[in-house]
Design a binder for this molecule. Structure first.
Ligand SMILES: C[S@@+](CC[C@H](N)C(=O)[O-])C[C@H]1O[C@@H](n2cnc3c(N)ncnc32)[C@H](O)[C@@H]1O
Length: 367
């Protein structure tokens, strides 16, 4: 009888592409050594970019995005409607990922250019070959893309938590500025960030008051650490819309045809919030909406009043709740500033004033 080698071939038994991807499947950890090695020679921004793109080699992230049907269906409806007139058009998909949007566009347009800078591009090639052969894959960073012709449409799903986290929009704008024909179409075409006051005593009990007695042990000495941990970093989770104290205010909006990278580096907005008698302000909660062009009014909304998306909402919890007393008016400013160290993050601050009380400032690291 022939001897059969049934030992597990391990990684060596897989194709080089699968070996490369497995690093990505294990997320940041498996590739960490490689990243650290490169870190000694690159600039801070290059390092952030490497870590960022490496995170998109993780298939689990794409699975989560593809299972977000609110997200995918909004793009699908827009592409179906607008794509009816694309038979002679060229579309660029910036950050094509698994190719979902490229394939949708490929079924409508004459040609699609799919750009993907992460290691997933190897598989993107296979997905489009199976589904839409008129999609041309560029394994490149959007900023380095070289095309010989201008295009009619730029499509991209570039939004991060709190709309701007990840800072991918500048990469999309670099393609728009170099390759979109005058009068060409951006998908989505508009975006806005909204902010509303939230009363959320339950969260404060679970995350801060929890430490007062843990399995009968007084751990209240950890409360300052818990406050620094959870109230210094925005919390991305689903909030209960019934806990909103007022309608949202738009604190940032952009027309994707005209917005400039510099507009994303710093912005602020005045806020005015009424806290009803007996209520309290625990947090400000942010979410975003993106509009698609055309008369049919397609909007992708991540509002707490809408079905959940993988972006959830982003809550900025105050270190101490602001009690409404007999009812009070809070006047303030919220400021978003590109993070001075983490090129894909922001420093967010709230300056709040209530007549007759000490002014308060709260700062957060969106990173
Ligand atoms: C939010 S995902 C969207 C993926 C896909 N379009 C979808 O809708 O499922 C963004 C993708 O853009 C890629 N990406 C980010 N920055 C890029 C850049 N500067 N150049 C090319 N690809 C980029 C990421 O690797 C990731 O796959």
């Amino acid at each position: 009888m022939d001897s059969v080698d049934d030992t597990d071939p391990g990684l060596a038994g897989l194709s080089p592409e699968f070996q490369a991807m497995l690093g990505g499947l294990a997320g940041h950890t498996a590739s960490f050594a490689k990243i650290l090695e490169k870190r000694t020679t690159s600039t801070e921004k290059d390092k952030d970019d490497e870590v960022y793109l490496e995170s998109y080699a993780d298939l689990a992230i794409h699975e989560e995005m593809l299972k977000d049907t609110e997200r995918v269906d909004a793009y699908r409806r827009a592409i179906d409607q607008l794509g009816a007139s694309w038979s002679n058009s060229t579309v660029v998909d910036v950050g094509a990922g698994t190719g979902v949007l490229s394939v949708m566009c490929g079924k409508r347009a004459k040609k699609v250019v799919a750009i993907e800078a992460s290691r997933l591009s190897h598989f993107l090639r296979k997905v489009v070959a199976t589904n839409a052969p008129n999609v041309e894959v560029h394994d490149a960073r959007a900023e380095d893309l070289e095309l010989t012709e201008k295009v009619d449409v730029v499509v991209s799903e570039w939004m991060g938590y709190c709309l701007l986290f990840e800072n991918m929009l500048p990469s999309v704008l670099s393609v728009r500025d170099r390759y979109l024909k005058p009068g060409g179409m951006m998908l989505p075409s508009k975006c806005r960030l909204l902010l509303a006051p939230l009363e959320d005593q339950d969260w404060r009990k679970q995350k801060l008051d929890f430490w007062t007695s843990v399995h009968g042990i007084d751990m209240s000495s950890l409360i300052p650490l818990a406050r620094a941990t959870y109230c210094g970093t925005p919390q991305h989770h689903l909030v209960d819309a019934s806990k909103l104290l007022a309608d949202p205010q738009v604190i940032f909006e952009a027309d994707l045809h005209t917005v400039q990278i510099v507009d994303l580096e710093h912005f602020d907005a005045m806020m005015s919030v009424s806290i009803p008698a007996g209520r309290r302000l625990d947090a400000f909660v942010a979410w975003f909406e993106c509009d698609f062009p055309g008369d049919f009014g397609e909007t992708l909304s991540t509002a707490p009043t809408r079905p959940a998306t993988h972006w959830k909402q982003t809550a900025f919890y105050l270190r101490e709740a602001l009690e409404g007393g007999g009812g009070c008016e809070v006047q303030g400013t919220v400021t978003f500033q590109k993070h001075e160290v983490y090129s894909r993050g922001y420093q967010v601050s709230f300056d709040l004033k209530v007549p007759g009380r000490k002014p308060r400032s709260e700062g957060y690291e969106l990173r």
